[in-house]
Design a protein around this ligand. Structure first.
Ligand code: C2E
Ligand code: CA
Ligand code: CA
Ligand code: CA
Length: 275
């Protein structure tokens, strides 16, 4: 039994070591990914109740040369821990502004909004407001077209600081969206302290909306709350007609999900806009 225990320990140590090696390799790769231009932005459409395009969300991918495309859930956590999310997030922000700049010149696209995900670590940088302000002026875009998606975790700590920053950005004209709503701790009373324009219902509530009365009730409550607080409500992860029908019947007016389009490389998204 002792022997088995030792083997188990050794096995565990080896597994740990493999995980650590994997992590170290990942972090080393990530560290050079920006300079080597290995990040790629995908765009996913957002539509209104009539199914017309109203904007897009930018979603980051990492393409290490000769390897499979890496999805954000497999590198964003590490980028956050290591602090690399700060320069990466700045690159995303600049790319979004450059895109809005291109769109502004085209009447068919000038009305579209573009959303970017901002991680808590990035938002909490002391110079985040200045970074956004200088990107807006460098690319001279209409700030209203830029939407910053924040998650509830950011709203739990140093609330006054967060509110002050959001107000400063809001004064510049930038819009805020509360991402993954319902999965964290934000409550109704809490929400009104922050200048959000929009909240996105997490897709875990949308998935079974047509069959699960609890999920359906939660979504109806979120839509009602959004109306009461004059927030736009976006349903995320809409994959089928039954979900879309339920949502439109119950007052939801903006949608994102595979039913309307999967995330595609930004260049491809822009080409489709032309046709
Ligand atoms: P998120 O912000 O909630 O983005 C939506 C995620 O849901 C995306 O996953 C998208 O591909 C996926 N999705 C969209 N529609 C559907 C659908 O109908 N069904 C299903 N099953 N999934 C759908 P993705 O691209 O893998 O991104 C995962 C997360 O990584 C994002 O979740 C966001 O939190 C984070 N992320 C992505 N890009 C960035 C970025 O540039 N910066 C930061 N800080 N985080 C990012
Ligand atoms: Ca998002
Ligand atoms: Ca989300
Ligand atoms: Ca249930």
């Amino acid at each position: 039994a002792k022997e088995a225990g030792r083997n188990a320990t050794r096995f565990f140590d080896q597994a740990m070591q493999t995980t650590l090696d994997h992590r170290a390799g990942l972090e080393a790769g990530l560290r050079h990914a920006l300079a080597r231009e290995e990040f790629v932005l995908y765009a996913q459409p957002q539509v209104n109740a009539e199914g017309a395009l109203i904007g897009a969300e930018l979603l980051l991918r990492w393409q290490p040369p000769g390897q499979a495309l890496v999805l954000p859930n497999d590198f964003i956590p590490l980028a956050e821990e290591s602090g690399l999310i700060v320069p990466i997030g700045l690159w995303v922000l600049h790319s979004a502004c450059a895109t809005l700049r291109r769109w502004a010149a085209d009447p068919r696209r000038a009305g579209l909004a573009l959303a970017v995900n901002v991680s808590a670590r990035q938002f909490r940088q002391p110079d985040f407001v200045e970074q956004v302000a200088s990107a807006l002026s460098y690319f001279s875009i209409a700030p209203q077209r830029l939407k910053l998606e924040l998650t509830e975790s950011l709203l739990l700590d140093k609330v006054d600081e967060v509110v002050a920053k959001m107000r400063a950005l809001h004064a510049l004209g930038v819009c805020f969206s509360l991402d993954d709503f319902g999965t964290g701790y934000a409550s109704l009373a809490y929400l009104k302290r922050f200048p959000f324009e929009q909240l996105k219902i997490d897709r875990s509530f949308i998935r079974d909306i047509a069959s699960d009365p609890d999920d359906a009730a939660i979504v109806r409550a979120i839509v009602a709350m959004g109306d009461a607080l004059r927030l736009d409500v976006v349903a995320e992860g809409v994959e089928n007609d039954a979900q879309y029908a339920y949502l439109t019947e119950h007052g939801c007016r903006a949608f994102q999900g595979y039913l309307f389009g999967r995330p595609v490389p930004l260049a491809e998204f822009e080409t489709r806009l032309e046709s």
